[in-house]
Design a protein around this ligand. Structure first.
Ligand code: THU
Length: 137
């Protein structure tokens, strides 16, 4: 799939954004290795900290449908400059999807491609937990 198409899917997903508090609409589209696309939007909560970003919505949808391997995630907002993923989403992307392409798009549809590892160098990961049993008992 062309990344241009993935960006279009992220832009379409943005229409479902539930963002009555920030009015900042975000959409995301995850391309799985299976070829399937999973979309998501940001879903805000009146208890603000419970808000979930578009990237995590899309990725969690994909994982919950059985996807384990990923190629890219596209992100779209209404801004003329691109919206980079927040720190929490960078962690979740690296943890669940690995070093995939992260496609940052602008409101006119132009985009740039970055690697997840450039957005989150030196990530925490499952391998950091491998000694937990030995050290605790
Ligand atoms: N947000 C996302 O959904 N993704 C991002 O990459 C940045 C921030 C959302 C969270 C919140 O609903 C709104 O944008 C403003 O922070």
């Amino acid at each position: 799939m062309q990344y241009r198409t993935l960006v279009s899917r992220a832009r379409a997903a943005k229409r479902h954004s539930h963002s009555p508090y920030s009015r900042f609409r975000v959409g995301a589209a995850v391309l799985a290795a299976s070829g399937k696309v999973y979309t998501g939007c940001n879903i805000e909560n009146s208890s603000y900290g419970l808000t979930v970003c578009a990237e995590r919505t899309a990725l969690f949808k994909a994982v919950s449908e059985g996807e384990k391997s990923f190629v890219a995630v596209a992100i779209a907002s209404d801004e003329t400059s691109s919206t980079p993923p927040c720190g929490a989403c960078r962690q979740v992307i690296m943890d669940l999807a690995g070093d995939i392409d992260v496609i940052l798009s602008t409101s006119n549809g132009s985009f740039t491609v970055m690697k997840a590892s450039d957005l989150l160098p030196h990530p925490f990961g499952g391998e950091n937990l491998k000694n937990v049993r030995r050290t605790r008992r």
